[in-house]
Design a protein around this ligand. Structure first.
Ligand SMILES: Nc1ncnc2c1ncn2[C@@H]1O[C@H](COP(=O)(O)OP(=O)(O)OP(=O)(O)O)[C@@H](O)[C@H]1O
Length: 790
């Protein structure tokens, strides 16, 4: 049953009264109240000082234990294994401590006093500080001193309202610069509570608005301090099954998905640390843009990849035309590739003659056809099935030889015994002509060979127009839409891993022998005291007693130092613990096939906005994507508040979509800036762009010029310090992009150039990237809905 959360999330939006379009920004950073020294600030500073003293001690201790462990050098195998586990665990803790340093603690909740005594601002035991990771005191109880934001205890920090205080009387946001507390914002949740701190934030939205108005850095930041209730429910939704999160631009889909990854890693650490979480994004620039969010939350063991990076050993460096990408992404390409593979299982035309033992053996289409049919009946992937095909061909040829040399000329019976038959078979196996025939009839094929050959000569499998769209000479430059084809081909072909298996067997024998040697040494080196103890009474066990050589060798095999994410990146058949797909509306049916193979448990979060679909290969509806895999067993939820785009800009963007879809409902903007977007028509495009860039470039923050690709050369020459290219550095002041590259990104100011050249969804994406101001420069007439907006 599909549970539609839409209704619920709309209700939640209404509950979030503290989100008010047009609210004034408040960003207090005083450390005094009414000119008096501020006890509240001082007390929080003392807490933060103590917290960092504990963190520094933890870090020092962790560094020492890692250094000591690594210095142990060559030790017995068991000790080495334990050392590796310790190093991995401690290194993870160190990475987390280092990543969150400087912004460790950001909030506090004061619980309502259960007793009748009047509440006090600082009653100890009734407050919890909330941070990016959890920290415990160095006492015997390991008392928590900082609560991880993901822990259930921290949840009221995000959900409590005056209406539903969830046991809180106050919520405090703590703003720090490095290790210094610079501001406090308190919300009173227990309206009967008379206690005031001098830091009250009457609207409760100062910290959120400050975050939304802050200058952009070219890197997405976490929102752990200001997660909104509707977002929190998505972040903490159960990890099983498929959850679709839909929402317009700027509704926080990406950032919510990233916090969800961090939450799931916390909640299901054991499972997910082993199986890893995969986050799929639309392009490498986008992955760079979001890449710092998880480390800032203390999580590093996540694999971020585009679909083009999910076939180990292949990097998609070339690009496809939209037509080619659309054909390659179609679901029926799976059948096409299956037909291509079947065509590699050939029949002789008309016969193959094999010279053997001064005789000629003829393999004709009838004989080979029987071998082929029997092999296909096993329904194995092509390369794996080859072993069966070889067997059938050897049987056929052995029968032929046996018949020729062993038949009794008098009564027609066969005079050969089983050892003669084995000998004939062995002789045939020595004959290179037999192997050459098998290679022609059932060749081993790699996925790359198969796909490259198919794309070079697609005519037998596609219509004339489709074949024309995808045709290209054999090359090593792969495109993103080739990767799902390679993955499909790898599934159809399988791996003939006989050689690898044999090598692995040998290696295993070697390791068992080595482990046996270790155990023998450990047995021989038992102390005499042990020998003296009567075996019955002995309580001291040697390694020999508790582990055998097989098990010890197995443990050695497990001794792989790579993280789960690293191993997953190198393994095409890896099954991830959870997969998050951003801009999910862009993926083709073939890309979905690839992703579903990586998620056999179907534990996935898909975020996207169908209104922003640009790829011709993209899928139109969520049920169309998901029905083949889970029918209607998936959940849908919607985010409806736009945290990025001020209402003045969103009105213009919404008009563009409404022109095509009259009932289009844009997300409601949380802010208005009072700054109207503008449009200038010009006959000197480059000159007007140069001037507009000067006008729009923020003092602090970033500007994006979003222009058709064909204009990039001309514009780059005229704009000072601009960067352009496939994956431009988004941390620089001015960036030149086309709408596809701008997808998912945001900037303080945006200049859209020649919007008449964009399709509707590209234009919508371009118009919704700015957090503060938007300008448009054009030589050709504006699209009608835009023209009507100015
Ligand atoms: N609760 C929040 N607190 C502070 N900032 C937030 C919050 N929610 C969202 N934002 C900010 O809003 C902006 C938009 O978020 P995000 O990029 O995740 O939106 P999106 O829905 O993925 O947008 P698009 O579809 O356009 O890519 C980001 O700067 C994000 O940090």
């Amino acid at each position: 049953m599909v549970r539609d959360l839409r209704k619920q999330s709309h209700e939640e939006v209404h509950c979030a009264q503290y989100i008010r379009p047009g609210a004034e920004l408040s960003n207090r950073t005083s450390n005094t109240t009414n000119g008096l020294p501020d006890d509240e600030l001082r007390r929080e500073q003392e807490f933060i000082d103590d917290l960092y003293a504990r963190v520094d001690a933890l870090r020092g201790g962790t560094e020492d234990s890692v250094t000591d462990a690594l210095a142990q050098g060559s030790t017995p195998m068991q000790a080495r294994l334990e050392r590796d586990v310790l190093v991995a665990e401690r290194s993870g803790l160190l990475a987390a401590l280092n990543a969150v340093d400087g912004s460790l603690c950001f909030g506090r909740i004061d619980l309502a006093d259960p007793s009748d005594s009047p509440p006090s601002a600082t009653s100890s035991g009734a407050t919890h500080h909330i941070g990016r990771i959890g920290i415990r005191a160095d006492d015997t109880e390991h008392t928590p001193i900082l609560i991880d934001w993901r822990a259930p205890v921290a949840r009221p920090f995000y959900l409590a309202t005056g209406h539903t205080p969830m046991g809180l009387r106050r919520r405090r946001h703590i703003t720090t610069e490095g290790r210094t507390v610079t501001a406090l914002h308190d919300e009173i949740l227990d309206l009967g509570d008379q206690m005031r701190t001098g830091h009250e934030d009457p609207t409760g939205d100062a910290v959120l608005l400050s975050a939304l108005n802050s200058a952009r850095t070219g890197r997405m930041s976490d929102i752990v301090q200001t997660i909104q209730a509707e977002q929190d429910r998505i972040i903490r939704a159960p990890h099983r099954g498929i959850l679709v999160v839909e929402g317009g631009p700027g509704t926080g889909k990406t950032v919510v998905a990233l916090h969800r990854a961090a939450y799931l890693l916390y909640e299901h650490r054991e499972l997910l640390a082993k199986r890893a979480v995969l986050i799929v994004g639309p392009n490498p620039a986008f992955l760079g843009y979001i890449g710092e969010v998880l480390p800032s939350l203390g999580e590093t063991g996540v694999l971020l990849a585009t679909v083009g990076e999910l076939f180990p050993g292949v990097r998609a460096t070339a690009s496809d035309t939209p037509e080619a990408a659309a054909v390659k992404g179609r679901a029926d390409m799976a059948d096409v590739l299956a037909a291509v593979v079947r065509d590699r299982q050939a029949l002789p035309d008309p016969v193959i003659a094999i010279e053997h033992d001064r005789d000629i053996l003829m393999l004709d289409a009838g004989l080979v056809g029987v071998a082929r049919d029997r092999t296909r009946e096993a329904r194995l992937p092509h390369n794996v099935a080859r072993e069966h095909f070889e067997g059938h061909i050897f049987n056929t040829l052995t029968d032929m030889v046996a018949e020729r040399i062993g038949t009794d000329p008098f009564d027609g019976t066969n005079l050969l015994d089983p050892s003669d038959i084995t000998q004939i078979r062995d002789d045939l196996a020595e004959n290179p002509e037999v192997w050459a025939a098998i290679d022609r009839l059932w060749p081993r094929v790699t996925p790359r060979r198969l796909v490259a050959d198919f794309l070079a000569e697609p005519d037998a499998y596609l219509t004339v127009a489709d074949a024309e769209a995808v045709r290209r000479p054999v090359t090593r430059a792969w495109t993103t839409s080739d990767v799902p084809l390679l993955d499909e081909a790898a599934e159809l072909l399988g791996e003939d891993d006989r050689t690898t298996r044999a090598a692995a067997e040998q290696e295993r024998d070697r390791q068992v022998a080595y482990a046996q040697g270790v155990l023998d040494v450990s047995y021989a080196s038992r102390t005499y005291e042990f020998e003296d103890i009567d075996a019955e009474d002995a309580e001291v066990l040697s390694a020999h007693d508790i582990i055998d050589a097989e098990r010890m060798a197995e443990r050695h095999e497990e001794d792989d130092h790579r993280s789960a994410a690293e191993r997953a990146a190198a393994d095409r058949t890896w099954a991830f613990g959870h997969i998050i797909v951003d801009e999910a509306q862009e993926l083709s049916p073939m890309a979905w096939r690839l992703l579903m193979r990586r998620s056999p448990t179907r534990s996935m979060t898909l975020v996207g906005d169908p209104a922003q679909t640009a790829e011709a290969a993209g899928v139109g509806s969520w049920s169309e994507i998901l029905a083949p895999y889970v029918e209607d067993r998936w959940e849908h939820t919607r985010l409806a508040v736009n945290y990025r785009t001020p209402s003045e800009i969103m009105d213009v963007a919404a008009a563009v979509l409404r022109a095509e879809h009259a009932d289009f409902e844009p997300p409601s903007s949380v802010r208005s800036t009072g700054v109207r977007p503008w449009a200038r028509r010009t006959s000197d495009l480059a000159g007007a762009v140069e001037k507009a860039v000067a006008d729009l470039t923020p003092v602090e923050g970033r500007l994006a010029v979003i222009a058709p690709r064909a204009l990039h050369g001309v514009l780059a020459a005229r704009i000072d310090g601009v960067v352009a290219g496939e994956s431009p550095d988004l941390t620089l002041g001015v960036v030149l992009l086309d709408p596809r590259q701008a997808k998912g990104l945001e900037f303080d100011a945006v200049l859209v150039v020649e919007p008449g050249a964009f399709g509707t969804s590209d234009l919508y994406v371009a118009l919704t990237r700015a957090t503060q101001s938007l300008g448009i420069v054009h030589t050709t007439p504006l699209p009608k809905p835009l023209a009507e907006s100015f």
